[in-house]
Write a protein that binds this ligand. Structure first.
Ligand SMILES: Nc1ncnc2c1ncn2[C@@H]1O[C@H](COP(=O)(O)OP(=O)(O)OP(=O)(O)O)[C@@H](O)[C@H]1O
Ligand SMILES: [Mg+2]
Length: 584
């Protein structure tokens, strides 16, 4: 019969290492986090052979006493928490007390540490987790950890590693994950002789992001918002810079890089209608939350986090991102002028419908600082320079309406092709949203009488009725017939039957179901209504009317894409033409 046996320490460590230390990048993450927890102000990283022959991290932090250093290599030894209550408010990167033991068990490790206030300490040499040497050393306070021959004793793990290039990329991306949010620390990163990156302590967070994203740095727009539970700030690439995957959306919670599909979803929702459906922006979100309201102890490598006020966070992110680009229905008056624009989600008549309350001057979301350090991630906003200001079109020379639906404009050094229908849709969408918002303040109706018989409602009578009411219609239900008795004044020019058809299309197309946010449904509906009343390039449009279109576009505010996310215009520069003619 099989006997139950207690595993020995070495096997336990290797199993733990399997969870936390799966590739060179995770070693780097753990070592740098330890240096940050030791309050280092300079962290220097040295990598050789994609981390397989050497990962070295030196810091000028508080160091360890010899006794602590010997202990630190054992599992479940930590100076960061004492008991289970501390797990409820974690303010350090580490707390599990197993990173060093795990790394040591799968490598040959040398650690030198000199504690603060001394000029001597010890060096420990370990091989596969066993201490094989120790000697006294002298020097400045701080710690140097050298990890050599990673996975030398776990060939299976080594086999699963990707190419050197991929491992190098993931080391570098871990470096940025740590260096970007941790201002006040000088970072130096060397990888063989091919890469030397330095991030000086005084470079602000947004500037660090721009350093990393140098090729799209100019197109990143920044924001910051606060709510009672969260302070968030971040950068989002201007909608023309989009990507097919979500891997350019980075989320940091109290300076810790995490993977969080909810936050990614909120960014996507915020960009809805501004970029095509299956594309994503590059975005960086820095979230600060009181440690009591977040649980970091849900993933062995702490790559995930759970929030107590998840729904509020989703709304705050969605709102902030949207607010950057669109002044729509959901935007509060005064948001435009105020850097701290809105922070309160007050439910109105039904769940999820709400308005933001502006933050009172001097109100702060938290007492004191939060997270691994109290350094704030919010920083001075940089200018919101748009790709082209919508007003510029009004000043351009109209060359003519070409290829049916396009308007060709001469912008001096550049030509612009404007999609007439998309531009008109953008204008009408903005108008409908604005009118709706004003209408909410003083709702007026136009009495009519339109009956929609049951068979036209294709079995969705209740949903249709409910959405019509959301939009402001006065509706009664009599024997299965929806009777529209009054139209909200802002929709007076739109045939109610086409609105009913739009609602049915959305229900049958799956975009309205029990989980759909009412705000989004209304937004989508308005985009559809905008489409009905928009110009189409099937007829020749008089120049005067085109001028009006350009002026309206200027006052529509955001005008880069139509409500479905397609571009409103395309720019062709002199350089583009030169390239086409081979003149470069
Ligand atoms: N660079 C360093 N400077 C000073 N002390 C350090 C350093 N690295 C590790 N230590 C000490 O060694 C202890 C063990 O480190 P280890 O990374 O194994 O665990 P932890 O950081 O406490 O938790 P986690 O496993 O979650 O990282 C730490 O709690 C800390 O006291
Ligand atoms: Mg640690």
């Amino acid at each position: 019969m099989e006997r139950v046996k207690r595993l020995n320490e070495e096997t336990i460590n290797k199993i733990a290492a399997g969870e936390v230390i799966d590739r060179p990048a995770s070693v780097l993450k753990e070592l740098v986090e330890n240096s940050l927890d030791a309050a280092a102000s300079r962290i220097s990283i040295n990598i050789a052979d994609a981390g397989l022959s050497l990962i070295e991290v030196s810091d000028n932090g508080r160091g360890m006493e010899p006794g602590d250093l010997r202990l630190a290599l054992l599992r479940h030894t930590t100076s960061k928490i004492e008991d289970v209550r501390d797990l409820l408010s974690i303010t350090s990167f580490g707390f599990r007390g197993e990173a060093l033991a795990s790394i040591a068990s799968v490598s040959k490790m040398e650690i030198v540490s000199i504690p603060k206030g001394r000029d001597e300490g010890i060096e420990i040499i370990a091989d596969g987790g066993k201490i094989v040497g120790e000697r006294p050393v002298t020097g400045d306070c701080g710690t140097v950890v050298k990890v050599r021959d990673l996975f030398f004793n776990t060939p299976a793990r080594k086999k699963f590693l990707k190419s050197r290039k991929v491992e190098q990329t993931s080391l570098k991306s871990v470096f940025w994950d740590l260096a970007i949010p941790c201002t006040g620390v000088d970072f130096i990163y060397r990888s063989d002789s091919s890469d030397l990156t330095t991030v000086p302590a005084d470079v602000a967070i947004f500037a660090r992001v721009r350093l990393r994203e140098s090729e799209i740095g100019d197109s990143l727009q920044d924001f910051s918002e606060v709510s009672p539970y969260f302070a968030i700030s971040g950068l989002v690439s201007f909608p023309v810079k989009t990507f097919v995957r979500t891997n350019r959306i980075f989320v940091f919670v109290n300076r810790r890089a995490v993977k969080d599909s909810m936050c990614v979803g909120a960014v996507k929702e915020g960009m809805r209608g501004l970029i095509p459906e299956n594309r994503f922006p590059c975005a960086y979100l820095f979230i600060e939350v009181s440690p009591e309201e977040a649980d970091f102890n849900v993933h062995p490598a702490k790559r995930e986090v759970r929030f107590r006020f998840r729904k509020e966070l989703f709304e705050l992110i969605r709102y902030s991102v949207r607010n950057l680009f669109v002044g729509g229905v959901w935007r509060d008056e005064g948001v435009e002028d105020s850097p701290v624009s809105a922070d309160f989600w007050v439910p109105r008549d039904r769940d999820g419908m709400g308005i933001f309350r502006s933050k009172a001057p001097g109100e702060t979301p938290f007492e004191g600082g939060v997270g691994p350090s109290s350094r704030s991630v919010t920083e001075e906003g940089e200018s919101h320079e748009l790709f082209i200001s919508p007003g510029s079109f009004s000043r351009m020379k109209i060359v003519g309406q070409v290829l049916g639906n396009y308007l060709l404009l001469d912008g001096g050094d550049e030509l612009f092709f404007l999609d007439i229908h998309a531009a008109s849709e953008r204008i009408n969408y903005g108008k409908v949203q604005k009118d709706f918002k004003h209408w909410l303040e003083s709702p007026e109706h136009l009495l009519i009488s339109v009956d929609i018989p049951e068979e036209r409602l294709r079995g969705h009578t209740e949903d249709v009725q409910e959405l019509l009411v959301e939009l402001g219609y006065r509706v009664d239900l009599q024997d299965g017939v929806v009777q529209i008795q009054a139209v909200p004044l802002y929709l007076k020019g739109i045939d109610p039957l086409s609105v009913v058809e739009d609602i049915l299309d959305m229900i049958e197309g799956g975009s309205i179901d029990a989980t759909a946010e009412p705000k989004r449904v209304l937004d989508d509906l308005m985009a559809r209504m905008a489409c009905h009343t928009s110009l189409r390039g099937t007829r020749r449009i008089p120049d005067g009317e085109l001028r009006y279109l350009l002026d309206d576009l200027a006052s529509a505010g955001y005008s880069q894409t139509c409500p479905h996310g397609r571009p409103v215009f395309i720019k062709v520069t002199r350089g583009d033409l030169h390239k086409l003619f081979g003149r470069t």
